[in-house]
Design a protein around this ligand. Sequence first.
Ligand code: SF4
Length: 325
Amino acid sequence: MSEQPIVRAESLRKSFSGPSRGIGRGRAELRAVDGVSLAVMPGETLGLVGESGCGKSTLGRLLLRLQDPTGGRVYFEGQDITGLSQTALRPFRSKMQIIFQDPYSSLNPRMTVRAALSEALRVHGKVSSASEEEQRIAALLERVGLRPEHMRRYPHEFSGGQRQRIGIARALAVSPSFIVADEPVSALDVSIQAQIVNLLRDLQEELGLSYLFIAHDLHVVEHVSRRVAVMYLGRVVELATSEQIYARPRHPYTQALLSAAPEPDPTAHQHRLLLKGDVPSPLDPPSGCAFHPRCPIAQKGLCDREVPALRAIESGHEVACHLAH
Ligand code: SF4
């Protein structure tokens, strides 16, 4: 594995302005992504996990420059792409793609599969004739486990799993090297989830792809990720290899997420650590460690006052918690 990350975020921030809680308080700043630094290496899958609204999808879109950050920097293959205009970003667009949770909403219901894929191919100048286009589309469909004749069908004629395969084919059409897979299996039946995860893994091996694999369930990313980052209220609170995080999670939030997720082996004994309350509003985040109102081991006077920094506790394992060791 080369040392240069394919994509790297440095103190990345994204704020939105929203109505403040309470009467007459005007507007408040919503920090969707609050100073995130991480890197995805060539050929690796970095899992990104957290509850809904923790900022993981926003982070994925910032890395692809589908949204503009309010602070920090994004590097793609070592080049700073943070301030690039849409025109200057064009050469990078075909190298960076996204797969959505719900491919149905991202596919035009009036477009055949062929039209949807040819649009991607043409925009990026990947084909020069109609026959070449047809061949490319047929090959793409076969590569994702569909048949060439499927190109003449419309999205509503496919099952959820097949539609996700079309979404994957569309992302692959432009020969990307980095893909943000944004909850790609969350809307699918469990039996289909495994098929899509295996397809993504096979494509990674075959094409040398790098993924940011976003999920709210730690078990979904367990078998595909080399490393996992856990996000809470806009920040990465734990980042480690899969082996480290599943064998010995250090952050109380990661421990709670792991014990809340259904255990694939029903005979396994599991100590359940239940999370108290809901995720606080990012418009009015708690002081100090944002997790302290829900944390079973929070220490008064420390956790409610001081924001813990992400620090290395062993090689390749970082955690943002005052008490983790
Ligand atoms: Fe819990 Fe304190 Fe660690 Fe935050 S810093 S996770 S509140 S122990």
